[in-house]
Design a protein around this ligand. Structure first.
Ligand SMILES: CC(C)(COP(=O)(O)OP(=O)(O)OC[C@H]1O[C@@H](n2cnc3c(N)ncnc32)[C@H](O)[C@@H]1OP(=O)(O)O)[C@@H](O)C(=O)NCCC(=O)NCCS
Length: 147
């Protein structure tokens, strides 16, 4: 399994994986052009590949300091792919700089469905459960511990 930065050609495969998800299913329309525009401006994405097959992706948004998406094809769950994709996205967010003093973020966040497998995964990965959000979602925070 290899993790690499995603490019625009990966968007169709990423969307297919997004649509395959049995939890955290899409509530609104997400088009290739929306993902393209996000990656062109405020977001960066990574894909996990096994051979020539893209089996997962993550995408982070530097504008709001969040992990916007993390999805692994169900037949590849439990092999460390989600961990690798989450860590690379979080590390990129920690490297961003904000404000006049060019400071790194104090905390980063994501949202997921309450009671989903992903909830246990994020807790296992050290993220802290935060406030409830609309549509049965919950926000998770990761707080920076070192300066
Ligand atoms: C959530 C998801 C990304 C996790 O990916 P994954 O590749 O299965 O997770 P990993 O195999 O990398 O697991 C990493 C660690 O978390 C642990 N873990 C995974 N799921 C867990 C759970 N529900 N509860 C507790 N620990 C869990 C694993 O045991 C593993 O532990 P270790 O590294 O200490 O041995 C994946 O299940 C998924 O794509 N789910 C469907 C889509 C989804 O809901 N995405 C989240 C959208 S917000």
């Amino acid at each position: 399994m290899q993790i690499r930065e995603a490019n625009f050609d990966d968007i169709p495969a990423m969307l297919n994986i997004r649509l395959e998800a049995k939890e955290n299913i899409l509530r609104t329309i997400l088009t290739e052009s929306m993902v393209y525009e996000a990656m062109r401006t405020r977001c960066k994405a990574w894909v996990a590949e096994i051979g020539d097959t893209i089996v997962g992706f993550s995408i982070a948004n530097r504008a709001n300091k969040s992990v916007w998406g993390l999805f692994v094809l169900s037949e590849y769950h439990g092999q460390g792919i989600g961990r690798a994709l989450l860590e690379i996205a979080a590390n990129w967010l920690w490297q961003q700089r904000y404000g006049l003093l060019r400071r790194p973020p104090k905390k980063i966040w994501l949202e997921t469905k309450q009671g989903s497998r992903a909830e246990g995964f994020y807790q296992h990965m050290g993220w802290q459960r935060g406030e409830s959000r609309p549509h049965d979602e919950v926000r998770y925070w990761l707080i920076r511990t070192s300066i």
